[in-house]
Design a protein around this ligand. Structure first.
Ligand SMILES: NC(=O)c1ccc[n+]([C@@H]2O[C@H](COP(=O)([O-])OP(=O)(O)OC[C@H]3O[C@@H](n4cnc5c(N)ncnc54)[C@H](O)[C@@H]3O)[C@@H](O)[C@H]2O)c1
Length: 374
C-alpha cells in the first residue's frame, strides 16, 4: 500500500504520525511510505532518518495527500486539509468527531474511510490508543506541579521530596485510573507523601497492592476531599466518567480551605475539569491564580513533550497501521474487533453510533461493509 505521513498543521501540534522506526516496519512489510518534508522535525526526527528507514520525502502536503492510499497522522484534519482528502482514501488518526459537526460533514463529503484512534476499543472497554497520552499527562502533572510549587512561580516553596530532616510535600491525586496511577508513581518516586482517592473499590485494592509505601489509598467522597485539601501541597485531578463531563470534586469555596501557594493540576480539563475553577490554558500561558491557589490546566499536556508523546503514540498505533496496510481496511477490521470499533465514517456513511446521535445523522451498520470483502 502507498502510505502518506503529512506534517501536522494544527496550531502547536508537534507530534508526527509515524517515526522512522515505524517507517522501517511498514517498508519491511512491502509498503511504500511518503513522508512530508520536515514532518518529524518538531519530534526530533530529521528527514535523513526517514530516508535511512526507507521513506521517500515529498516537499508539500498536497503531494502527500495526492499520492497516498492511506494517511497516518496525529490530529483530525483541519479546514485547509479537507479539500486534499480523496474519495476512498483511508485516514488513520485522532478525529474526536462527536465534538465537531463541521469535521464530521467534511469527512462525509470527502468519501474517505475514517478510522479513529480514540474509538479503537479492547474487549474490556479500555481504549488502547488513548492510554499512552494519559500516561504522558499523568507523569507530566507531577513534573509541572513540582515546578509551580517553587516560590518564584507563586507556589508554596516546598520541595516535593523534602530533604533529610524536613518532611516531603503532600500530593493528593483524585482518580486512580491511568492518569492518577502514573501521577502517583512519579510523586512517590520523588519522595512525596501521596494519597490517591477513587470511587472504584476494585481499583483502590489494585493500587494498594502495587503502589510503594509512601502512597495511601482512600475512598473518594466530599468528606475525604475536604479533609485532605487543607494539608495538600499539590492536587492532581484525573477523574473520568466515560462519556460524561468530569464531576466538580473541588468547588470554589474549597479554595479558601487550602494553604496559599497550593498547586492544582487539572488533567481532566479536556472533559470540563474536576475543579469548579478550572478553565483551559495553553503551554504559552499555562497557569492562573484564584484565591492564592495556582491552577495549571493545559488541555493538551502531551504536546509539550512531542518526542516522548510521538514515540508512545506510534508504539501503539503501528501494529494497527500494519494490519490496515497489509490487509486493506475491510479485511483488517473484519478480523480485528477492536480495530473495527475504530471505523467511524465510510465513504460518506456514519457507522459509529455516538456520531450519528450527536448530529442526528443516519447510522449504517458497520458489518455491512466489513463482511463484503472484495
Ligand atoms: N490534559 C491533557 O492533556 C490530558 C491528556 C490525557 C488524558 N486527559 C484526561 O484525563 C482524564 C483521566 O483519564 P484516564 O485515562 O486516567 O481515565 P481512567 O478512566 O483511566 O481513570 C479515571 C478514574 O477516575 C475514577 N473516578 C471517577 N469518578 C471519581 C470520583 N468522583 N472520585 C474519584 N475518582 C473517580 C474512576 O474510577 C477511574 O479510576 C480524562 O478526562 C482524560 O481525557 C487529559
Amino acid at each position: 500500500m502507498i502510505i502518506g505521513v503529512p506534517k501536522e498543521i494544527k496550531n502547536n501540534e508537534n507530534r508526527v504520525g509515524v517515526t522512522p522506526a515505524g517507517v522501517m516496519e511498514l517498508v519491511r512489510h512491502g509498503h511504500t511510505v511518503f513522508v512530508q518534508q520536515s514532518a518529524g522535525l518538531q519530534s526530533g526526527f530529521e528527514d535523513d532518518e526517514y530516508i535511512g528507514a526507507g521513506a521517500k520525502i515529498l516537499p508539500t502536503i498536497e503531494e502527500v495527500y495526492q499520492t497516498a492510499e492511506m494517511i497516518i497522522k496525529v490530529k483530525e484534519p483541519i479546514a485547509p486539509e479537507y479539500s486534499l482528502i480523496k474519495k476512498d482514501q483511508l485516514l488513520f488518526t485522532y478525529f474526536h468527531f462527536a465534538s465537531s459537526e463541521v469535521l464530521t460533514r467534511a469527512m462525509i463529503d470527502s468519501g474517505s474511510v475514517c478510522v479513529s484512534y480514540e474509538t479503537v476499543e479492547d474487549p474490556d472497554r479500555s481504549l488502547p490508543l488513548l492510554t499512552p497520552m494519559s500516561e504522558v499527562a499523568g507523569r507530566m502533572s507531577i513534573q509541572q506541579g513540582a515546578k509551580y510549587l517553587e516560590k518564584p512561580l507563586k507556589g508554596r516553596g516546598i520541595l516535593l521530596g523534602g530533604v533529610p530532616g524536613v518532611a516531603p510535600a503532600k500530593v493528593l491525586v483524585l482518580g486512580g485510573g491511568v492518569v492518577g496511577t502514573q501521577a502517583a508513581k512519579m510523586a512517590a518516586g520523588m519522595g512525596a507523601d501521596v494519597t490517591i482517592l477513587d470511587i472504584s473499590p476494585k481499583r483502590l485494592k489494585y493500587l494498594d497492592d502495587v503502589m510503594p509505601a509512601n502512597v495511601n489509598t482512600e475512598y473518594s467522597n466530599e468528606y475525604t476531599i475536604r479533609k485532605h485539601i487543607k494539608t495538600s501541597d499539590l492536587i492532581v485531578g484525573g477523574v473520568l466518567i466515560p462519556g460524561a463531563k468530569a464531576p466538580k470534586l473541588i468547588t470554589r469555596d474549597m479554595l479558601k480551605e487550602m494553604r496559599p501557594g497550593t498547586v492544582l493540576v487539572d488533567v481532566a480539563v479536556d472533559q470540563g475539569g474536576c475543579f469548579e475553577t478550572t478553565k483551559p490554558t495553553t503551554h504559552q500561558d499555562p497557569v492562573y491564580i484564584i484565591d492564592d491557589v495556582v491552577h495549571y490546566s493545559v488541555a493538551n499536556m502531551p504536546g509539550a513533550v512531542p518526542y516522548t508523546s510521538t514515540m508512545a503514540l506510534t508504539n501503539v498505533t503501528l501494529p494497527y497501521a500494519i494490519q490496515l496496510a497489509n490487509k486493506g481496511w475491510k479485511k483488517a477490521c473484519a478480523e480485528n474487533e477492536p480495530l473495527k470499533k475504530g471505523l467511524n465514517v465510510i465513504n460518506g456513511d456514519v457507522v459509529y453510533p455516538a456520531i450519528s446521535e450527536a448530529f442526528d445523522l443516519p447510522l449504517k451498520d458497520v458489518n455491512a461493509y466489513t463482511s463484503k470483502l472484495d
